[in-house]
Write a protein that binds this ligand. Structure first.
Ligand code: ZN
Length: 203
């Protein structure tokens, strides 16, 4: 199956191949769009989807995401997003820290789901304020007291504590953190992983 990026590129190429040419209109100073007669691709739909995804990334870049582990030096951050973990790709950053270190909201938003899973252990899914993205925090030792689904959080609010629940080694507590770009249905469990590294690393 093609990746989303590759699919988008194929759509873009298909769109470019079918949009036709701009022709000069005699007697005016304007070019007029002349569609090719064999145009079959619904150009408006594909280009809108590409523009929408690019627009989301621009929004993410303006957010100035906060390092989700309190006190962690951005210069020490390692990009392990593309490392393999067994049969699959990691698609997250592992941020090493002592057990009990506060985990803070990387951005303003709402707690979408408090979830326990075999691999992730104690986890938090947090919507950003536009619900275009979900921030995912896993292997927590525990939640911050009183944290609840639907709760509004601000960038920097403590939401939990670093641990090693799920499949993290007990002697290497860390925060497993990633960003999911959601589709139009905005379901917290269905998104495309986005590498948080460029948004968190020292610039
Ligand atoms: Zn991880």
């Amino acid at each position: 199956m093609l990746s989303v990026k590759a699919t988008a590129m194929v759509s873009l190429v298909a769109a470019l191949a079918t949009v036709g040419i701009a022709a000069f209109v005699p007697g005016t100073n304007r070019a007029q769009f002349v569609p090719r007669t064999n145009a079959m691709t619904p150009v408006a739909t594909t280009t809108t989807a590409i523009e929408s995804a690019a627009h989301d990334m621009q929004i993410l870049a303006t957010r100035k995401l906060l390092m989700p582990v309190q006190g962690f030096d951005p210069k020490a951050l390692r990009d392990n997003f593309d490392e393999s973990r067994g049969i699959r790709s990691h698609e997250a950053l592992d941020i090493m820290a002592a057990r009990g270190t506060p985990v803070v909201a990387a951005d303003d938003g709402t707690i979408a789901k408090l979830f326990r899973s075999v691999a992730g252990g104690i986890t938090i899914y947090q919507y950003d304020s536009s619900e275009r993205f979900v921030y995912y925090y896993a292997h927590l030792d525990r939640y911050r007291d009183g944290l609840a689904q639907g709760e509004a959080v601000k960038r920097g609010d403590v939401i939990g504590y670093v641990g090693s629940t799920g499949n993290a080694p007990a002697n290497a507590p860390h925060l497993h953190f990633t960003i999911f770009q959601l589709g139009p249905e905005k379901k917290w469990w269905r998104g495309k992983a986005v590498n948080p590294y460029p948004y968190l690393a020292a610039r």
